[in-house]
Design a protein around this ligand. Structure first.
Ligand code: PLP
Length: 355
């Protein structure tokens, strides 16, 4: 039986996607060739790239609105750098809500003045700062929608007159948002879309062309747009699997549908964390992530017992990030509700053994 995969990233993908992807490795498009041994400029692959790009825009409701979708390489970490390279002229504003925002800030600092509008670093990133001010003369404002490590998530995005840029690596396609508010969205594929190796970048084209520096071709968004995301060989397999996942999501009913499922999953787990005296959550309740739930045991001496119990129940990937400890249950789109139930059952079983 397949394990209940709570891994934080790379993470669970839909089973039917994995099946189709493995078939394409042997025989893609019934051509008796593998997807990964044909030219990326061949018709069948160009069609895959175009489909992946258009599905991404369609699912976000951003078609025909001046946005372009790109599948680039280098992970979300490369976007920390590319965003600043392409958009930071004089100063940029960043919200620091976690390890990943912190890294984005470090990269961007090299390109101009950095305004950290607010930070929750002092409290181990266990909440989302609110009520901060974004300078109206900043080149852009950058935030991280979901803090994958500590388990917090921005519920309300700020109103601002400057371009809004968001790292949505760990919650893209998981909930409905007014995506038109954003001028640039990026996400590493390996959390809600596909295997590692591709990064989705959604960009409103009119924010480009405003910096004076020379931008190397591989880091230049405009070049990637002009070349239809084929400036060089794209990560063909990661793009293909991402396309399959986006198609899977569309067939299910899109973000509206999956958001309801995700809310149910998160509600089930958080209710148990709050009810069961052996567990407690570690972040502010109103900022809890629907993708990554973090929690600890109230009695550390139960760790070995609990760890054995969940492993025996076929659960994988529940250990917290090394910087936080405790437990982290990542509940990405492809994780079924019954996997959450399996975890809740183990938590209740642990409680029974203590009575
Ligand atoms: C995982 C993650 C990253 C890093 O992604 P890479 O593709 O490994 O560079 C960045 N931001 C967030 C929010 C993440 O969850």
């Amino acid at each position: 039986m397949k394990k209940h995969n709570f891994s934080a990233g790379p993470c669970i993908l839909p089973e039917e996607v994995l099946k189709k992807a493995s078939e394409a490795i042997i025989n893609f498009n019934d051509d008796n060739l593998s997807l990964i041994e044909i030219s990326h400029r061949s018709k069948p692959f160009v069609a895959v790239m175009e489909k992946a790009r258009s599905l991404a825009l369609e699912l976000l409701g951003l078609e025909n609105k001046g946005y372009k979708a790109l599948f680039l390489q280098g992970g979300a970490s490369m976007e920390f750098l590319m965003v600043a390279y392409n958009l930071l002229n004089k100063k940029a504003a960043y919200l620091n809500t976690g390890t990943w925002s912190d890294k984005a800030i470090k990269e961007a600092k090299a390109f101009g003045e950095m305004i950290e509008v607010a930070s929750s670093k002092d409290k181990g990133y266990n909440y989302i700062p609110k009520g901060y001010t974004i300078p109206t003369d900043a080149d852009y404002f950058h935030c991280t929608s979901n803090n994958t490590v500590a388990g917090t998530q921005i519920k309300d995005f700020p109103e601002t007159n400057v371009p809004l840029i968001c790292d949505m690596s760990s919650d893209i396609f998981s909930r409905q948002l007014d995506f038109e508010k954003f001028d640039l969205i990026y996400a590493g594929a390996q959390k809600n879309m596909g295997p590692a190796g591709a990064t989705l970048v959604i960009i409103k084209e009119d924010i480009l062309g405003k910096v004076e520096r020379h931008i190397p071709s591989m880091l230049n968004y405009q070049i990637h747009i002009d070349k239809d995301s084929m400036f060089n060989t794209p990560s063909v397999f990661a793009v293909y699997v991402s396309m399959l996942t986006l198609q899977w999501l569309k067939d299910l009913g899109g973000i509206k549908f999956i958001e309801e499922v995700n809310n149910k999953k998160a509600a089930l787990l958080y209710a148990e964390i709050d009810r069961n005296p052996l567990f407690k959550g570690i972040v502010a309740k109103e900022d809890r992530s629907i993708m990554n739930a973090t929690f600890v045991l109230t009695d550390e001496s139960l760790k070995e017992t609990f760890d054995t119990m969940w492993a025996e129940a076929g659960i994988n990937g529940l250990n917290g990030h090394r910087s936080v400890g405790g437990y982290r249950a990542s509940m990405y789109n492809a994780l079924p509700l019954y996997s959450i139930q399996a975890l809740v059952d183990v938590m209740q079983e642990l409680e029974r053994t203590q009575k």
